[in-house]
Each structure stands twice: as structure tokens, then as C-alpha cells.
Design a protein around this ligand. Structure first.
Ligand SMILES: CCCCCCCC/C=C\CCCCCCCC(=O)SCCNC(=O)CCNC(=O)[C@H](O)C(C)(C)COP(=O)(O)OP(=O)(O)OC[C@H]1O[C@@H](n2cnc3c(N)ncnc32)[C@H](O)[C@@H]1OP(=O)(O)O
Length: 187
């Protein structure tokens, strides 16, 4: 199988347009949902932390613990993919502020990621085509300029807010919206 990726994005795109209320570079993004496996206060979760970077990027990092192992002493690839889903989703949700879900996520695992190492992920908006939002990211080992260990490319698909109330937990959604209103998060 070739390791040469196909062209990206795979369709003709428009340049991404930041939402007028998108947080400024340097802003810490906090936790979008306390029970999220990626960023929430979940035991064994990734506890990924993100902030807005320059040039339509989100910078995230997480430290691999023993709870994240696949082979002894090494991160599980599926959990690394989870970290990229979260980082890419955070770029879409915070910079474009459009409700969207992951339609497709591809990952290239280039180097082993040991327990105890910290992955620095930079996610960038690549472009949009109607409801389709293309994003990609690189994850570097132990420093923002460390060697690339994992790369990912994702397609997020914009959905109506009813996607979450119809298929998810409407009561939890309402509680989350209420908490966001209290924290005066701009819609
Ligand atoms: C107010 C908001 C702002 C708030 C801001 C606050 C900050 C928030 C910060 C941070 C939050 C984020 C952090 C979390 C991140 C984690 C995200 C996840 O893990 S999401 C869970 C996993 N994903 C699913 O569960 C999806 C399940 N799939 C579906 O529901 C559907 O398949 C869906 C919606 C993806 C598409 O279904 P259809 O019926 O609506 O639309 P169709 O026509 O099928 O697709 C639309 C277009 O997309 C293409 N498409 C869809 N899936 C594709 C695929 N796998 N590959 C290629 N193309 C695909 C299609 O070919 C179509 O393209 P053509 O318009 O015809 O050109």
C-alpha cells in the first residue's frame, strides 16, 4: 500500500471563514463538555487541553498515561485517533462555530508514542465545501517543534442542532446549553 496520500482536500474548497465570535489567538478553550472522553474530567480520559493558535489553527496537547496503552508502554492507536478527533473537532467548533460531526478521519502513525510522552497537536482548517469541512493536524512528540509522530485528516459534516437532540441525550444537551449561557459563551 502506498504511503503517498491522495490530494487533500479531495474536492474543490472555499477558504474557511472564521466565525465573527471565534475566540482570538491565545485563548484557552477549556472543556466543551465535562463528560467528553477527549477533554472532560473523565477518569482515564485524554484530558486534552486546547488553545487558539495563529492562522486558523488550534493547538492541543495531552500526556499519554498507562490508561492509554495498547502495547506495553506505548499509546494505543485508537486513542491517538481519538485525540485527533477532539483536536480537529475543537478547531471546527471553536473557529467556525458550526455544529458538525466527524464523517471521516484518517490517521498516519509515523512514530511510536510512549507512555509519559506529551503529544503537541496543531489542527488547521483547510477549507469548506457546502456542509463539508476539511481539517488536518500534526502531532509532535514532547515539544511543539518535536518530530511528527501522528498526522490526521478529517472531514466534518455540518449538521442541524437537532442531530444532537434526536440521536443523543436531549436533557444533557439542555444542561450543557444552560451552563454555556451562564458562562456567557457567545452563540
Ligand atoms: C453552535 C455550535 C458551535 C459551538 C462551539 C462550541 C465549541 C465546541 C468545541 C469542540 C467540540 C468538538 C469536539 C468533539 C469532537 C468529536 C467529534 C465526534 O466524534 S462526532 C461523533 C462521530 N461521528 C458521528 O457520529 C457521525 C455519524 N454520521 C452521521 O451522522 C452522518 O453520516 C453525517 C451527518 C456525517 C452525514 O449524513 P447526512 O445524511 O447529513 O449527509 P450526507 O449526504 O450523507 O453527507 C454530506 C456530505 O458529506 C459527504 N460524506 C459524508 N460522510 C463521508 C465520508 N465518510 N467520506 C467522504 N464523504 C462523506 C457526503 O458524500 C456528502 O457529500 P456531498 O454533499 O454529496 O458532496
Amino acid at each position: 500500500m502506498s504511503r503517498v496520500p491522495g490530494s487533500w482536500p479531495p474536492v474543490e474548497i472555499e477558504p474557511p471563514v472564521l466565525h465573527p465570535n471565534a475566540p482570538a489567538p491565545g485563548t484557552d478553550l477549556g472543556v466543551h463538555f465535562a463528560e467528553c472522553f477527549g477533554c472532560g474530567e473523565v477518569e482515564g480520559g485524554l484530558h486534552l487541553r486546547s488553545s487558539v493558535g495563529d492562522d486558523q489553527t488550534v493547538q492541543s496537547k495531552f500526556t499519554v498515561t498507562r490508561a492509554h496503552q495498547g502495547a506495553p508502554g506505548l499509546a494505543h492507536g485508537g486513542l491517538l485517533a481519538c485525540a485527533f478527533d477532539e483536536a480537529l473537532g475543537s478547531a471546527v467548533g471553536n473557529l467556525l462555530r458550526r455544529p458538525a460531526v466527524t464523517g471521516r478521519l484518517e490517521t498516519d502513525f509515523r512514530r511510536p508514542v510512549p507512555v509519559g510522552s506529551t503529544l503537541y497537536i496543531e489542527a488547521r482548517l483547510d477549507g469548506t465545501a457546502g456542509r463539508k469541512i476539511y481539517v488536518s493536524a500534526d502531532g509532535r512528540l514532547d515539544a511543539p517543534d518535536g518530530p511528527v509522530a501522528v498526522s490526521a485528516r478529517g472531514l466534518f459534516v455540518q449538521v442541524g442542532i437537532e442531530h444532537f437532540s434526536t440521536h443523543g441525550d436531549p436533557q444533557a444537551l439542555e444542561k450543557l446549553a444552560e451552563a454555556q449561557r451562564k458562562n456567557q459563551i457567545n452563540p
